[in-house]
Design a protein around this ligand. Structure first.
Ligand code: BV8
Ligand code: ZN
Length: 319
């Protein structure tokens, strides 16, 4: 990664020192180097589906089996991932500055796992680890449930791993005999090692699950749904209210950090304009120069654009 131009780093560091009211908007690019695919990059596809086409109430209504397997796969991947240095640097800044508020579009749970204080972190689009009942009259919901898989039917399918012929200097015939001996010694499939199938691969068959095998509400037996905000759904009213209260609590916002987001999803992207109207200077961290809020022309004199990997740049900016 090219070094951050010293002049930019210097001017940012000086301004950060003088800033108290700071707002951050986080997107999928923040978690990219934790190994989680972004929405619009190459990772925007799951099997042959555009992730956004599955993140809708209509998709869930039409095919709860497919949508649940999509979310169960993302939960599984997010649980295997670790917060990166940028998640920790942002959590550290929140510890130091109570007037630093973070709005995350990410549902991957990595900012909460980096111990980012919950009072200063608003998950605009919910979380992969929250669920609620879809029955009209039932209010059952649960937060921070990390059970994986949620129900046996959502377990990632596995396949037996055939022992590799030993690579040491055995001749072909001997190596083959060793392999068959290893296989013979495994009385049946159960004893062979298992490896998970990559169900994001469209060539790996995906089972069609029965609704009764999907997560059910323990209170009314209704179908549970992931606790995320789908396209076409309103963001949680209490979250929007809490953010507005913070914004309205002062005439000023000094600085807005826009990290790893294509700034294409609304109303999340709209907070950049709100911060600017309150006097904020904008610092964008993104791999792609075109993805500044409002496009390449969206930046104004006094803003910063730091090009590169958020997990490298953010710790440098906030140290
Ligand atoms: C709503 C949860 C209305 C699910 C998600 C104007 C106003 C209001 C709504 C709209 C509007 N215009 C359009 C709408 C509709 C829609 C919308 O915004 N559509 C877009 C696509 C045009 N908005 C909605 O539907 C919202 N609802 O407003 O309802 C309403 C009003 C009244 C009554 C009823 C309804 C709800 C939107 C929430 C959708 N849910 N997530 C799930 O995750 O499965 S959004 C989803 O996209 C994710 O949360 C994701 O984070 C988010 C945004 O994407 P990004 O995070 O930016 O990720 P992306 O891949 O796009 O970009 C990654 C960036 O990182 C890139 O720039 C890349 O260059 C960069 N990058 C990559 N690697 C790195 C990196 N940067 C740094 N380092 C790296 N290593
Ligand atoms: Zn219920």
């Amino acid at each position: 990664m090219p070094p951050i131009p010293a002049a930019d780093l210097q001017s940012f560091a000086e301004y950060l020192q003088r800033s108290t009211r700071i707002l951050a908007l986080l997107g999928a690019g923040l978690s990219a180097s934790s190994g989680l695919p972004t929405f619009r990059g190459a990772g925007g596809l799951w099997r042959t589906f555009d992730a956004m086409s599955l993140a809708t109430p209509e998709a869930f209504e039409e095919n709860p089996s497919l949508v649940w397997q999509f979310y169960s796969y993302r939960r599984h991947m997010a649980l295997q991932a670790e917060p990166n240095r940028a998640h920790y640097a942002l959590a550290q800044l929140a510890k130091k500055n109570k007037d630093f508020v973070t709005l995350s579009q990410n549902v991957d749970g990595l900012s909460p796992r980096a111990e980012h204080s919950a009072e200063q972190l608003h998950l605009l689009h919910g979380s992969l680890f929250d669920f609620r009942c879809t029955s009209f009259y039932c209010n059952y919901s649960i937060k921070n449930d990390f059970t994986d898989p949620l129900v046996p039917a959502l377990a990632i399918p596995t396949q037996s791993v055939r022992p590799e012929p030993s690579k040491d200097n055995k001749t072909g015939e001997e190596a083959t005999r060793t392999m068959y001996e290893a296989m013979a010694s495994a009385q049946n499939d159960q004893e062979l090692a298992k490896e998970e199938l990559d169900i994001s691969d469209p060539f790996v068959p995906l089972p069609t699950l029965q609704v009764e095998d999907l997560p059910q509400c323990p209170e009314c037996g209704g179908l549970l749904r992931p606790g995320v905000v789908w396209f076409g759904e309103s963001l949680p009213a209490h979250t929007l209210r809490a953010i507005d209260e913070w914004i309205e609590s002062s005439p000023r916002i000094d600085l807005m950090l826009v990290i790893g987001t294509s700034s294409k999803v609304w109303p999340a992207a709209g907070y950049v304009d709100i911060a600017r109207e309150k006097g904020a200077r904008i610092a964008v961290v993104n791999m792609d120069r075109n993805d500044a809020p409002g496009g390449v022309y969206g930046l104004e004199p006094g803003d910063w654009f730091f090009e590169g990997d958020a997990s490298e740049i953010v710790p440098e900016l906030l140290r």
